[in-house]
Design a protein around this ligand. Structure first.
Ligand SMILES: NC(=O)c1ccc[n+]([C@@H]2O[C@H](COP(=O)([O-])OP(=O)(O)OC[C@H]3O[C@@H](n4cnc5c(N)ncnc54)[C@H](OP(=O)(O)O)[C@@H]3O)[C@@H](O)[C@H]2O)c1
Length: 289
């Protein structure tokens, strides 16, 4: 198993495959991340996927997870373009599972959105993800290699909560003005990645979320409550510009409720944490925040 972009989720995946006795190679750029990959029991390979010679990777005929994000600028994903060039010169993987984002749908004015909803990215980061999807789909059509696309919502886990933001009392938008947002627990995401590799039909696309959308405000308030911290102050949406980060502001411009029905039906996934309340329950039991 080869995991390109073997960070938080990639290392959790690597641990699961290692428990099953499978060999795993995890690709990262930095020595720090490479040490984490080794600690997860996988073989680390330090490469810059956006520009290095990828021949040492030996991807031909392999099962590959692609979790490496595009660079932070531009409207396309040169990393994925470079990867596909490497496939062409060094050999094609047998199956590739791509971890993209639900940002490709853009603003859907709070509608319920399934995988057939036409992508309309607005933020640059989402255009880059849409570019990656399209490049990979073209590659799969041209070569017959199997591709599965996972459009992943906001990832959370007990060790991945916005506690610093809550402690610093940064404001959130008033509950009744806040747009819809969607989440998935990291443990469920890892199981979904494995299911996608093992049994998704070639060419499948899935929304990966828990199917219980709420607002970003609800998210911060629920995390604060679970952690025993004061809820963040609430401000009108019209006042958010200048009071919240540019990144948060761009998320506030999009509202959608994502359906995970196809994921549940086709991959027969039983989510361990179908709601945020269930996902947060084990995080603070028996310990302070
Ligand atoms: N955060 C969310 O809520 C969310 C939602 C949907 C989708 N996603 C996406 O899901 C994926 C997995 O998330 P994650 O939390 O596991 O991310 P992560 O911890 O940041 O891991 C990403 C990994 O990719 C590696 N990487 C980045 N650029 C690379 C390059 N040019 N060459 C080689 N390796 C490179 C990084 O290695 P170095 O650190 O060594 O560079 C890092 O190990 C990411 O693509 C993320 O953007 C995230």
């Amino acid at each position: 198993m080869i995991i390109l972009g073997c960070g938080y989720i990639g290392q959790a995946l690597a641990r699961r495959y290692r428990q099953r006795g499978e060999a795993v190679i995890g690709v990262v750029r930095s020595a720090e991340r490479a040490a984490e990959v080794e600690a997860a029991g996988a073989q680390a390979l330090q490469l810059d996927l956006s520009c290095d010679d990828l021949a040492p990777l030996k991807l031909a005929g392999e099962q590959v997870f692609h979790l490496a994000p595009p660079p932070n600028t531009g409207d396309d994903d040169p990393l994925t373009a470079h990867l596909i060039q490497a496939f062409e010169s060094d050999g094609h993987p047998r199956r590739l599972v791509y971890i993209g984002t639900t940002g490709i749908y853009g603003d859907c004015a709070g509608a319920w959105v399934d995988e057939d909803w036409p992508p309309q990215p607005t933020a640059s980061r989402s255009w880059r993800r849409w570019d990656a999807e399209q490049r990979l789909r073209q590659w799969s059509r041209d070569t017959g290699a199997e591709l599965v696309i996972l459009r992943v919502a906001g990832i959370y886990a007990c060790d991945r909560l916005p506690l610093a933001r809550i402690r610093s009392a940064q404001p959130v938008v008033k509950a009744d003005e806040a747009p819809w947002s969607n989440r998935i627990h990291a443990e469920d995401l890892v199981e979904i990645c494995i299911a996608a590799m093992e049994r998704a039909p070639a060419g499948a696309v899935y929304n990966v979320c828990d199917g219980h959308p709420s607002t970003m405000t609800d998210y911060f308030c629920q995390v604060a409550d679970a952690a025993g911290l004061p809820q963040p102050p609430q401000i009108p949406l019209a006042a958010a510009d200048g009071q919240v980060s540019a990144g948060m502001l761009s998320y506030l411009k999009e509202s959608r409720r994502l359906s995970n029905q196809r994921l549940l039906d086709e991959l027969e996934i039983n989510l361990r944490y179908p709601t945020l309340t269930q996902g947060l329950a084990p995080c603070f039991s028996g310990s302070g925040a």
